[in-house]
Write a protein that binds this ligand. Sequence first.
Ligand code: NAD
Length: 556
Amino acid sequence: MAQARSEASTAVRTLTDARLNLGGAFTEEQREQLGLVGLLPDGIEPLEIQLDRARLQFDAQGSDLAKYQYLSALQDRQERLFYALLRSDFERYMPIVYTPTVGEACQKFGHILRRPKGMYLSIKRKGTLANVLRNWPIKEVRIIVVTDGERILGLGDQGVCGMGIPVGKLALYTGCAGVPPEVTLPIVLDVGTNNASFLADPLYPGLKMPRISGDEYFAFVDEFVDAVQEVFPHCCIQFEDFTNKHATPLLRRYRDNVCCFNDDIQGTASVAVAGLFGACRIVQKPMREQILLFMGAGSAGVGIADLFVTQLMSDGYCEADAIRKCWFVNSRGMVHAKMPNLPDYLQRYAHDISHLTIPPSARAGVDSPLLDLADIVETVRPTALIGVSTVAHAFNERVVRTMARLNTRPIIFPLSNPTSKSECTADEAIRWSEGRAIVASGSPFAPLHYGGKLFVPGQGNNVYIYPAVGMAIYATQASRVTDAMFLRAAESLASQTTEQDLSVGLIYPPISSILETSIEVAIAVARFIFENKLARVPQPGDIDQFVRSKVYDPSF
Ligand code: NAD
């Protein structure tokens, strides 16, 4: 009797543990051995059959949110099938697992919540975070994605409902670059929320209190970072969707002491610089000849400029000259040395503008002699215009036409997300530049025809970078994450764009081949980690083979 009970519990465990459950794929011997006989229909179903059923069920869902919930439940039920499905068609499943659908899932998280994933570390547990982390059933966690939910995508404060973001990002670490799911852990720091509708909603599952701030906030994050070092000493922490006022200070605080990075800053910078490398190949001019004008002076813009400067310096260019190639526009106009109240991180790009010839008709603002973007383009004469402002339509016809007059092939990257915030559409950039613009956007735009030619706009999606960097860190047990690693990732990504991609204006490899692209990027970054003595494992003879041997394979 006792024996029968224990067999039954093995069977139940096998079928209810998403990591063990292979559905109908268990062989006859496994069914006998695990006590599964009779608990499953007797047909043996290989992966392909189960994938067909999953596709059928996915397609039958009535909305994108329902599809998200279906995939989330599949991940809870049969992890390998979930990843095999994701990998079978990235273009179809990624927008459901991550943006844009994940945004809606976060907003409605308290209402659609079924089984919580990941960990919730609340301020109520202050002083005990290491013990709370020990409640996680897996002892060897290697990648944590953590948010405090304060700036979820472009949706503002979502409190603990922001959990959808770490969950989605980690699914892409596994799906796109092969980090094994068992070493990943999504975390939300619950430090309260200032979202009034959540505070009034009985179904909001987090702490119902205003956000903590200042020293109390930073002390809590300090405790979290220390607790991770204690409980998961080989773990990398990825900070995600923190507001600008916390993102940069937190990165500065920890980057030289622990293994961590911020994807909104460093991943964005890397994918944008990769796009610039691709664009340089099309215009046949080196990076040092580019002049960048950023519309929007927040974490994304400054992160891109900083990495661009690092790139020029690694090419032997002088830092001061490299900095002078980056110009910024904020909501008060063109940033310059005499603009009052500039944040610290922007000071290095606040240039003396006394030598510039400002058009007499230019509109001036209170804090800047140049307010209008087209006038700024006319004055600075950039080769690349990068939109990270969240101001829809900021790249209007006059702006794009001015760029096209000044450049044979103007580089135009409207990176703001979601689509409704994009500075212009790919179609507008192509039409107004008479088919000459090189475009990469934050949100996806469909391929288009102009003047009888096909144009495929690239998507400057961080997914090209962070899963691959994470894979390299996981494989090598890197002790630190440096900007140079993101530069290496950008170079590797750009080098994988083919001449055929470039001929239709596509400056990134296609998303459909993201797994192979990411593995190549991971190998390049792992090589860099070994070369720079940042690895905590011995260097293998064949780094390529070493990284590939770590890639998670969902097949069964
Ligand atoms: P942020 O809030 O840190 O910065 C936005 C900046 O835009 C601020 O400095 C703000 O002052 C400025 N701004 C606002 N109104 C303006 C105006 N009228 N004129 C000029 N500047 C104005 O945000 P962030 O993290 O830097 O992100 C900015 C945008 O970039 C978001 O839409 C985000 O989704 C997008 N983004 C895209 C990618 C990507 O595609 N890979 C990655 C990161 C961020």
